[in-house]
Design a protein around this ligand. Structure first.
Ligand SMILES: O=P(O)(O)OC[C@H]1O[C@H](OP(=O)(O)OP(=O)(O)O)[C@H](O)[C@@H]1O
Ligand SMILES: O=c1cc[nH]c(=O)[nH]1
Ligand SMILES: [Mg+2]
Length: 232
């Protein structure tokens, strides 16, 4: 894990060749959706493991069958609260809870509108009660303009004052990180890699395309739904 010198509290995993190998497969347009989702789960699991190195653990005394010794027991790891931003954070969250298995989980639905406004429509927020000792992990694989996470974290901050608020994602554009850090300087950001830039449609370059569509398929145009109901 390396801290990026451009901001405070922003880390990438570019020093891990294995994580870079998984990212390379995610980026490739040859990777189909089953593999894509499995790779997101894998990254969640290993990023979760790396993230535990930033947490506080308790020292405990235990008895082995032979003698007394000191060991380590989870402290912060027992108080994790993951917020999953629909859609594409679902497989990433599935991976994270393999390492952070006591996590409570909140679900937020956020959808980004088209350029140049990128308005965020947030239609569903169901989050468990937040406690002072909690580490809140907001998980969303893509930080592009940062608007989705800015809105999500701002809403979450209204629900309480946890010990830490952390964003875990896969790829970020520098523009999105700067926007988040300007508004939310205390929020820590952990991503597999920080990419070069955004294009004028708000896609990360070189990126991996539309992560939600690659994981779950292109959504049906909503205006077709009434037509489909008429067919029933
Ligand atoms: O940083 P931003 O510019 O806000 O863009 C990032 C958002 O875009 C994607 O979601 P999208 O709205 O495409 O939803 P989806 O997961 O349902 O495809 C992604 O998962 C982020 O939530
Ligand atoms: O590159 C991008 C930007 C936003 N959302 C995505 O899924 N990909
Ligand atoms: Mg999408």
């Amino acid at each position: 894990m390396i801290e990026d010198k451009r901001w405070e509290g922003v880390y990438s995993f570019e020093d891990s060749p294995y994580l870079m190998e998984i990212l390379t497969e995610l980026r490739s347009k040859e990777t189909e959706n089953v593999r894509f989702r499995k790779d997101l789960v894998k990254l969640g699991r290993y990023m979760g493991y790396e993230f535990t190195k930033t947490m506080d653990f308790k020292k405990v005394k235990i008895e082995t069958p032979l003698e007394s010794t000191e060991g380590v027991a989870s402290g912060d790891r027992d108080h994790v609260y993951i917020i999953t931003v629909l859609r594409v954070a679902i497989p990433l969250m599935e991976g994270l809870i393999k390492t952070l298995e006591h996590s409570r989980v909140g679900i937020v639905s956020a959808s980004r509108g088209k350029a140049p406004d990128f308005n965020i429509e947030m239609s569903y927020i169901k989050v468990p009660h937040m406690r002072e000792e909690d580490t809140v992990i907001v998980c969303d694989p893509m930080i592009a303009t940062g608007s989705t996470l800015l809105k999500t974290v701002s809403e979450i901050k209204k629900c309480g004052s946890p010990k830490r608020i952390v964003i875990i994602g896969i790829l970020a554009a520098p523009e999105g990180i700067t926007a988040l850090k300007e508004e939310l300087p205390d929020v820590e950001i952990y991503v597999t890699k920080i990419d070069r830039e955004l294009n004028d449609k708000g896609y990360i370059l070189p990126g991996l395309g539309d992560a939600g569509d690659r994981a779950f398929g292109e959504p049906l145009n909503i205006s077709m739904l009434p037509l489909m109901h008429n067919l029933e």
